[in-house]
Design a protein around this ligand. Structure first.
Ligand code: ATP
Ligand code: FE
Length: 340
């Protein structure tokens, strides 16, 4: 079963074809990041307009790269939320149009759950597991027992991990998106133990995250030692990686699983992978990370998750449109058929 996956929740117009939820056939992305850079962040109206321009060529190119015709599509999966409403609307409307023109089933998926399915393109997901989604808008830790069964254990109380990188980059005068720029700059840092950033200490039982303190301290230090930008970038990366590892350890104490799945843009970060990898080998846990190019938004993760949903018979109703805001907890309760 070949699923066309469509993703338009933020500034990337992405489309991909995945076979049976496992095999990546083609994946293409057209980003408006270069245009957004001029504004220092994502402007919703600009993103929506770029999606309108890019969606048809991106999907057509993804099908072409897969050696497929429209008729070869067996089903369509699209990100339904959360994200920018105007941006989501373009993808959802397009997916529904393709579905009705070809008479194929369409399913709408949750963007965060989809991020995790970038891992399904490497090997089948092994349950039970801990799942950590670290993206531009979310930092979510969950206990994952089956497809469609994600129990949220912790979330960020303020900035997301990716946002900490993006805002930190802006403080240090680096371009958007900040994560890759911070990582490159951190590589040039000289060892200096005196430049560190704080890791928030929440309650002893809390599995939540907080990154706003890191940002505030970074701003102060950037004013105090403006010539030490590489060391500051290094400290930021270190603080985020430490905060993630600390909560994973706490979650593991309650849920001693054999697998940890990482997803979202920040999971592309080498230091984050390394630190969680060290933790995992100490605990004899297997760490699963998506290929770097599938950490940030893409259509392949949407198609992979869509396969599981479509084969369960789930369909996007004629009246159903984008869903935002859409807390993961609510989406999971919906997947179990509970009142939310
Ligand atoms: P969400 O998924 O929460 O809606 P999003 O889709 O915008 O947000 P992603 O595409 O998953 O987020 O990831 C983008 C984020 O990942 C940005 O904040 C970016 O700075 C960060 N990021 C990308 N590459 C790296 C990296 N190498 N190191 C750290 N952060 C990174
Ligand atoms: Fe995302």
């Amino acid at each position: 079963m070949r699923i066309l996956g469509i993703e338009t929740s933020c500034d990337d117009t992405a489309a991909a074809v995945v076979e049976n939820g496992r095999h990546l056939i083609s994946s293409l992305r057209s980003s408006s990041a270069a245009i957004q850079q001029k504004f220092g962040g994502v402007v919703p109206e600009v993103a929506a307009r770029e999606h309108v321009l890019s969606i048809l060529p991106t999907v057509r190119d993804a099908l072409h790269a897969a050696g497929m015709d429209w008729q070869d599509v067996d089903g369509v999966a699209v990100t339904r939320g959360p994200g920018l409403i105007g941006a989501l609307l373009v993808g959802v409307t397009f997916a529904k149009s393709v579905g009705s023109a070809l008479n194929r089933p369409v399913v709408g998926v949750h963007h965060l759950e989809a991020h995790l399915y970038a891992n399904a393109l490497i090997a089948p997901i092994q349950f039970p597991a801990l799942a950590l989604i670290v993206s531009g808008g979310h930092t979510t830790l969950a206990y994952w027992t089956d497809h469609g069964q994600l129990a949220v254990l912790g979330e960020t109380l303020d900035d997301a991990a990716g946002e900490a990188f993006d805002k930190g980059a802006r403080i240090l005068g680096l371009p958007y998106p900040g994560g890759p720029a911070i990582e490159r700059l951190a590589d040039q840092a000289r060892p200096d133990r005196s430049i560190t950033l704080p890791v928030a200490r929440l309650g002893a039982d809390s599995l939540n995250f907080s990154f706003s303190g890191v940002k505030t301290r970074l701003r102060q230090l950037a004013a105090d030692v403006p010539d030490r930008a590489p060391e500051l970038a290094f400290a930021l990366q270190e603080a985020v990686a430490e905060a993630l590892t600390r909560n994973i350890e706490r979650a593991y104490e309650k849920y001693p699983v054999a697998h940890l799945y990482l997803a979202g843009g920040v999971s592309a970060n080498r230091r984050v992978r390394e630190k969680l990898g060290d933790w995992a080998s100490r605990r004899q846990v297997t760490l699963h990370v998506p290929p770097v190019e599938l950490c940030t938004d893409n259509g392949a993760m949407v198609a992979a998750l869509g396969y599981y949903r479509l084969t369960k018979g789930e369909r996007l109703g004629r009246e159903e449109g984008p869903q935002t805001p859409w807390p993961l907890r609510e989406a999971m309760a919906g997947a179990r058929g509970e009142e939310s």
